[in-house]
Structures are given as structure tokens and as C-alpha cells.
Design a protein around this ligand. Sequence first.
Ligand SMILES: NC(=O)c1ccc[n+]([C@@H]2O[C@H](COP(=O)([O-])OP(=O)(O)OC[C@H]3O[C@@H](n4cnc5c(N)ncnc54)[C@H](O)[C@@H]3O)[C@@H](O)[C@H]2O)c1
Length: 315
Amino acid sequence: MKILLTGAAGFIGFHTAKALLARGDEVIGYDNFTPYYDPELKEARVAQLEGVKGWTLIRGDILDRDTLRKAMQGVDRVCHLAALAGVRYSFEHPDEYIDINIRGFFNVIEEVHQQKIPGLIYASSSSVYGNTQKFPSSEEDRTDSQQSLYGMNKKDNELMAFTYHATHGVRSTGLRFFTVYGPWGRPDMALFLFTEALLKDQPLNIFGEGKMQRDFTFVDDIVQGIIASIDKNYDYEIFNLGCGKQEELMEYVRMVEVSCGKEAKKNFMPMQPGDVRASSADISKAQRMLGFDPKTTIAKGVPQFIEWYRSYYKI
Ligand SMILES: NC(=O)c1ccc[n+]([C@@H]2O[C@H](COP(=O)([O-])OP(=O)(O)OC[C@H]3O[C@@H](n4cnc5c(N)ncnc54)[C@H](O)[C@@H]3O)[C@@H](O)[C@H]2O)c1
């Protein structure tokens, strides 16, 4: 297949591109290397793909409709992962979130419709569940209590996809990712920040007084779910992609300590705006309809991140 992959220089996009190329698909990566975090990390990711058969990179913005239109010509699928992905950053930069996460999504789906692309797979988020008290969360649950503009953007994307399916028959699959981690991960996420602080002998800032739970999902498992969605190409579906196991945040911290061989000084702090106390995915629908089969526990996944971190930053 020929796949347009937006956000290809990003954390999940890079791993998705690698896996698609490995099985022989043609991938057009599309990314504007936005400086929300260190663009050098994005450059280093795409440098790994340079020269791989089937790989092309377009340095383009999803807000630039002409470039996007040309990039999409003749593809079999669009996999749309480009977004501003940080929950907290959406409090400080609301305009950018509306532009990129809503207008940008509209540009993508409108082009998918106009060019009659056979299928759109896009990133939603566990943030659509907001401060739900029902765990594990299932796709059937109500999702109208988002705690951040970011979460609301993702819910908006799902609604727009529903409307494009209802009005124009656009095929789409929305994937609600639950706290993704792994090698080449994002510098604004907890695992990166914990590791960075611990290896520099600085205290770890632990929000929610350490009393938070998350469904942590290893990136290779997420990629398996993305690729299955590309292949199945359902009419209109939403899936949770999580590990299906709720972990204590302090257990995640302990894994970092074990992998680094050091005990951390801990700075317990209150919850931050936009944070939710817990997340937990009911993945039975993805298991049934996508053959989704997450295999990586945090005990296996966290050391893989630390190993990458040490080698990338030469520590
Ligand atoms: N990582 C997670 O835990 C997680 C959880 C839930 C949902 N998601 C969603 O998954 C997707 C990928 O997330 P990620 O963690 O890989 O984030 P990321 O920030 O590493 O990747 C996003 C990529 O999109 C690109 N981008 C941003 N604005 C763009 C624009 N205007 N035009 C073109 N490219 C643009 C960025 O340069 C970046 O490389 C996002 O949609 C995110 O919201 C991620």
C-alpha cells in the first residue's frame, strides 16, 4: 500500500513508518518538525529512515492545504498522527491547538473526501474520557467531560469523522491511545522527564502526590493496532488502544529506578491542570475486531526506553 503518514517525525509516527516500511509498504512521511519539543530529536528519528526502500519525506504543514493536497494524491490510506500532543501545553497555547488539531484535522479529512482516499486512520486519545470514574473505560461510555482543550480537540476529531462518514461515506478509524511510551519517546512525557532527572541526580517531580494510575502502552503494541486498523479499514470505528492494565504511577517510577540502578529523590506535587487521576482501557473491542494483542508490560518496556535514552544521549 501507499500510505500518507502525517506526524511521521514524531514519536509514534516514526515507529509506525518503520514498521510499515519493514513489511514493504510505501510511506510518504509528512511533518513540519514543529518546535514544540527539540526538533533535533525529530531529525534524528527521520535520519534512521533515510535510504530505506519505499520512504519519502515531505516537510509540510497540515495547515498548508496545497502541499497537503499534492502529498495525498493517489494514496491508499491516510494515517493522520500529526497534532500538538501535549495536554498541559494546550492551556498556554489554545490558539495553536485550535489551528492544528481542529483546522488541521479538517484539512486532512476534507482532502480524504475530495480525493476519494479509501481510508483514514487517525490518532484520538484517552483524554476524551476526561475525569470519568468508570474503569476500565470502554468505547461505549459517554465522553463529554474533557479536562483540557487537547482532550476536547480529540473528541471534536471523532465527531468530525462521524459526520464525514454520515454525509460523504468517508471511511475512518479513530484510535484512542493510552499513555504511549518507548524508545525515541517524547521529551515532555513522564518517563523521559523521570529518566532525565534521575540520571542527573535531580529530584523527580511527581504530580498528583504519586496517587495516579495509568494504562501505559508500549509503542510497538500501539503500532500493531495502527497497522491492523490500516489493513481492516472499517467503515467508521473508534478503538481504545491501551495495554489493558492499570498501573500505579509509583510502580512506573520504581521501574525507572530499577532500570537506572538508582533510587530517586522525589518531589511530591499536586495534580496539574488537565491531569486526570486515572486511565484504564477496556481493549476487548480492539482485541475482537483488530486482533490487537498488547504484549509488553512496564517491567519489559521501561528498560528498553532507558537503554535507548542512555545510548542516544551517550550517558
Ligand atoms: N504519545 C501518547 O501517549 C499519545 C496518547 C494519546 C494520543 N496521542 C496522539 O498520537 C499522535 C502522535 O503523538 P506523538 O506522541 O507521536 O507526538 P509527537 O509530538 O511526537 O508527534 C506529532 C508530530 O506531528 C508533527 N506536527 C505537529 N503539527 C504539525 C503540522 N501543523 N503539520 C505537520 N506536522 C505537524 C510534529 O512535528 C510531530 O513530529 C498525536 O495525534 C497525539 O495527540 C499520543
